[in-house]
Design a protein around this ligand. Structure first.
Ligand SMILES: *Cc1c(COP(=O)(O)O)cnc(C)c1O
Length: 388
């Protein structure tokens, strides 16, 4: 089976992890700060807080922004459930903003219409989480302008997008957001096995997120109430978690980041090649917004179902049966039973639902070969050109 995504590990990565295993620190040593420095270098944000997953990063980002009971968090329905669940962890309520039919990202016009209505009803969101689906940036300038007008915070879910750019600047620089989060799960662009990070230019948000990732404990006398009892002393000043990244993970991350540009270049090579090789098929290829350079975590096609004699799931099943490990990103979050139980209905977000009926993620990863890709193209072509 050719998988839809896969990590790209070389000897340098292995050596980096082994050397940590032989060192004094498996956790809370020098590698995590080194990884954070590398992330700030790549993104040009001033602070990076590395954690054990993007889900954890989303959670502490929401808490640092003060999200809580009685607040609303809005995100895209076409995302992984974690982009919405983070609001529920904080006791907030969730709503969604439908996608743009071309980019599949949160649509700024629909966001604006929803804000106008929410203002009248007195239920404006405290936090909005645009998701850079497939690695392509959302229209952040438009979303940021709305945040200024309607007074909400922005967390960019850039789990798909490290190494990408928006308006010629690196995704993660937080020019149009309070916080940007990344995922380093093995299917993503660079990996730390499990792992994530939150980037920000706001020192107080960075400090709060550092506290929250490690039990809410400080060893900084300036942050304590009263005087330290001695050199052993620490104080818990918030209710935090253990969301720390290990030294093994951070060392792998530092090593992987050395190849970030190469990884994204490879993905562009395969994406351009798909664009050429699939041009004749009854599908919609990914649309590229001007002013963005995608990290290209995913290559999503949409089937032109009116022009073929097979159903979406037939094409999907036949691809899998022929060794092509396709996937579907994503089932709209509001279709999940957990969210349906909150009152969301089919029909709430029509463009997201239409997308879901047609989308398929084709295999694409930096360690893929031309031969593998040719196999994907020939199997897909055969399936789409044969009768049901
Ligand atoms: C992968 C992913 C996450 C969660 O990442 P983890 O590191 O697995 O917690 C969140 N949001 C999006 C859009 C993702 O793709």
């Amino acid at each position: 089976m050719i998988p839809y995504g896969k990590q790209d590990i070389v000897q340098h990565d292995i050596d980096a992890v082994v050397s940590v295993l032989k060192s004094d620190f498996l956790t809370q040593g020098p590698q995590v700060p080194l990884f954070e420095t590398s992330l700030t270098f790549i993104t040009q944000a001033t602070h990076a807080v590395a954690v054990n997953s993007a889900t954890s990063a989303l959670h502490i980002a929401c808490l640092a922004l003060g999200l809580g009971v009685g607040d609303w968090l809005w995100t895209s329905p076409i995302t992984f459930v974690a982009s919405a669940n983070c609001g529920l962890y904080c006791g907030a309520q969730i709503d969604f903003v439908d996608i743009d039919a071309d980019t599949y990202n949160m649509c700024p016009q629909k966001l604006k219409q929803k804000l106008i209505k929410a203002k009248v009803e007195g239920r404006l969101p405290k936090v909005v989480i645009p998701v850079h689906l497939c690695g392509q940036s959302c229209d952040m300038q438009a979303i940021y302008a709305l945040s200024q007008e309607y007074g909400f915070h922005i967390i960019e879910d850039a789990s798909h997008a490290i190494g990408g750019r928006y308006q010629q600047q690196p995704i993660g620089n937080c020019k149009y957001s309070d916080i940007t989060i990344f995922s380093f799960h093995p299917v993503k662009i660079v990996t730390t096995a499990e792992g994530g990070a939150a980037l920000t230019n706001d020192p107080s948000l960075a400090e709060r997120m550092r506290l929250l990732r490690s039990h809410g404990i400080t060893r900084e006398p300036d942050n304590m109430q009263g005087q330290p009892h001695g050199a052993w002393y620490y104080q818990q000043i918030e209710l935090g978690f253990n969301y720390r990244m290990t030294e093994l993970q951070a060392a792998l991350g530092v090593s992987q980041l050395n190849r970030l540009e190469e990884f994204v270049r490879q993905r562009h090579y395969f994406s351009d090649r798909y664009n050429r090789l699939l041009a004749h098929l009854p599908i919609t290829r990914p649309y590229q917004l001007p002013d963005t350079y995608s990290g290209l975590h995913l290559y999503v096609i949409r089937l032109s179902l009116g022009q073929i004699s097979k159903s979406h799931s037939q094409v999907f099943d036949e691809l899998r049966a022929n060794g092509i490990g396709v996937n579907l990103h994503y089932i709209p979050v509001h279709f999940q039973p957990y969210y349906q139980n909150m009152g969301f209905k089919m029909g709430n977000f029509p463009d997201a639902e239409h997308y879901y009926q047609e989308a398929i993620s084709l295999p694409m990863f930096s360690a893929m070969t031309d031969n593998m890709q040719d196999e994907v193209v020939s199997v897909l072509t055969r399936i789409l050109e044969s009768e049901a």
